[in-house]
Structure formats: C-alpha cells, structure tokens
Design a protein around this ligand. Sequence first.
Ligand code: C2O
Ligand code: CU
Ligand code: CU
Length: 510
Amino acid sequence: MKKVAIAAIILIVLVIGGGWFFMRMMSGGAGGNMPGQGGGMMNGGGMGNGGMMGGGSDAVEDMKNNSFSGEEKPLPIPPILEDENPDPDKAEFTLVSQKGSMEFLKGRSTDTFGYNGDYLGPVIRVKKGDDVSIKVKNELDEATTLHWHGLEVDGEDDGGPHNGIQPGTTWNPQFKIEQNAATLWYHPHLLHKTGEHVYKGLAGLFLIDDEESEKLNLPDEYGVNDIPLIVQDKQLDENGQFKYDLGMHDVMMGLQGDTIMVNGAINPYVEVPKGKVRFRLLNGSNARIYQFALSNGQEFYQIGTDGGLMEEPVKLSSLILSSAERAELIVDFSKYKEGETIELTDQGMPFMKFIVTGEEKGPKEIPSQLADIPEVDESMAANTREFVMSGMGRNVTINGKQMDMDRIDEQLKLHDTEIWEITNEGMGMMGNNMGMAHPFHGHGTQFLILDRDGNPPPPNERGWKDTILVSPGEKVRVIATFDHKGLFMYHCHILEHEDSGMMGQFTVEE
Ligand code: C2O
Ligand code: CU
Ligand code: CU
C-alpha cells in the first residue's frame, strides 16, 4: 500500500512539475531563439518591463537597453597587440587572462575578466605565412584555456578543453598562419566553463591579412574606416555585477541579457568618415541570435563570412548572425551630411550610433571581385558523416551523446575532404515554431555550405564558414578538408548548450 502511495505522490509531483515547466516554456518566451520566431523574445517593445511574463529574474524577454543607461559613450576600439618579434615573418605575442573591473553603469563597478586589461582583449593581427608564437599566461584563480576560433592549426595548439592552463602557468602554442585574410576570434574553452568565462569578458579578435586582400583597396584604416564591432548581450544585477547563475530559461535558451554592449560599451557612438566604412562584426554573445539592420533601412554590403572574404559583395538590408559567427560589412556613408546619425539595430531596436563626420575618406568603389572561393565538388569527399542535434535544457546532445573528454566520437584521415550533414531535430512542442536553432561549429578547418534542406545557401553564406546556424527541422550539408592533425571539437556555439554537453570530439590522423 505504502509503495503505491509513494509512487502516486511521485507521479503527481512529476505531472505538476512537468506542467509548470511546460507553462513556463509557453509563457516565458522560450518560443524558439530565431529573431521573429515564437513568443516574446524582444519584439521591440510592446511588453514593457511589467509584461505578461511577470519577471522571474531569469526571464529576460525584452530589451531595456535604452532605459538602462541614457548616457552615450564613445565606442572603445580594442588596441592591436604589439608584435614582440622584429622579424617581419615572425610574430610573438603575450596574452594574460586576468581579473578586472569596469564601470559599465555609472557609479557601479562590475567584476570582470579580460586579456591584458579589464574587459575583452586586444586584437591579434598577423599575416598569412607568419610563424606565430603566443604566450598565454593565466593570472586568474582558476583554470582556463584559450582557443583560436576559426584558425586552422593542429589540435595541440587549438586551445580546446584538453589544453587547460592552470592558474599561474603559461601555455605557449606555436603555429604557422596558412589561411587567407579573415576576421577570427579567440576565447576560453574549458569544459563546463566556457559560458561563464566568455560572459565575464574573455574574448578578443584575431585578424589575418594577406597580400591579395591588401591589393583590393578596401577601407583599411583600423578604427577609422575599418572598425571592429564585438556585440554581446549582458545582464547586470542590482549591484552592477554580471550574473552567471543560470535559471531554467538560461539553461534552455542559453543566457540572454537585457543590455547590448559593443566592444564593452552600452549605447556607444562612433564617428565615421563620409565614405565607405568596413565593419568587422562578431557576435560574441553567449546565445543570442541578432538580426542587424540600419535604422533608416539603408542597404549595406557583406564582403566576408566567418573564414574570410567572399567572392563578391552581397547587398543586404538585414543580416542574421548567431553566436560566434562573423561578418565583414561595408556601409556607405557618403551621401550623409556632417553630423547626421544612423543607428545600428537588432530587430528594430537601436543599440549603437554612427555619427558622420565631414571628412571624406576611403575608396570610392567597393571591388566587385574579392576572393576566390573554390568550386565545390562533392565527388572530392572521401566520407560523409551525420551530426544530429537534439534535446533540450541540460539534455542537449549531438548524435544522441553528450561530451565525454575520454571518448573520441569521430576519426578522420589527414587531408581528407568530408561532407558533414548537420541536422537539427528541432523538438517542436507546439509545432515547428517552438524548436531552437543551434549554431554548429567545427574546429580545425573552414567549411563551405553545400545546401540547406537541398537548396543552395543564400548568397551571403557562399564563403568560408566555421559556425553554421541550423534551424529547427533543418538539414545543412557542408564540405571541408582537414589538413591539420590532432584532437578537435565540434559543438553548438550557444555556450550554455556547449557547457551542458552539446559537444563531441574528433581526431585527424595520418
Ligand atoms: Cu568558438 Cu569550440 O569554439
Ligand atoms: Cu572554435
Ligand atoms: Cu544549441
């Protein structure tokens, strides 16, 4: 009798608990993470602060970016890190992971992490062909790693979860730059800790130049008409501290903040010349997917994807970018008068401002030919692999498995070309619109997209990609050649999903 009663109680708890969870999902705006998809993810006002979700601290659905800080700040431009080696073909850098503090909100200091400073890190800038050595010193009180996202290097230099750097020690990867000009980035990759470390400020840009791109006459005055924009959404608590204790909503959707920062500033403005300006855009957010546009609806050009320049510029009126993806854009400010302002928006919500100066600068035209992207030939592929992303919350998986440092999931042969078929099973609770999109990222190479659900990729995805957003129910086929050996990761780049185990390991061996 007793056992039956206990079983009944457990059942009731499960049903009520499950029901609560389900209601929570329905009302909490967890209706998918794609811009414009499903319930209440910051659809540009409407709900206000006291809307229908009744604000649990983890339910952050609408952006109160502007109410948060009326004050405008000049956009910080991350400094370019000094190359300590005078030899033009060699580059030597030192990065220090350290604790710091920032005053994001007036009068409140926020505890942060940064590289060589309080928040974010300097830009590492190298040339194709360079021999690079980077000393990464960990001055935090805890272990971390440093991964070069998008860089094609051997597994031992990749900085994944196996390359832990203990407090007080230095890790010194050395590699040759073998890939074309690109806007890459770096961030920690310690198992279960990536989300927290990046959130607190550990991230920076890694730029590669090459001779071909230098001949192109693109805007190239760093910080003047070649401007990096690291976009991140953050949540600051009453004390101005970054909150990284995950509520259920954060575990499900990934951590999404109510305030957008660019290069570590809320509400920034930047002066731009009257002319064509290049922006190197990185979605450095833990989870949020943005839909960028200009406030006046002006069109712009995308010239580069994650792994470098595209074949030709692609005209866009808006751009979706998921976590870890990059895009190089050119915006033409030449028709504006001195002092005019244009805002950069996410789903219609402005979060930064461009102020046009009178000064004319830069190329008159955007080159029509940028880089050569090889014609993809599926018959070159030696192998086809499937990656199925599914599950929700802490149970997110790839191919039904969660990350295990001691298990190699896939074994590849060095120099093989492979087709990877990446599927999002898309768990639709109330029809397909409820599933989550997952940005799939593979280390050690750059991919080209063959097709999305059998259709050719959109023009602005016809370039090198290392992070590929896969919508609920969608199947994306990509192709890549694996020219670096060692142990590498593939994972969802929603960092809370990665930290929950939505990651696997592959080796590339002779
Ligand atoms: Cu941006 Cu596995 O990393
Ligand atoms: Cu990576
Ligand atoms: Cu995911």
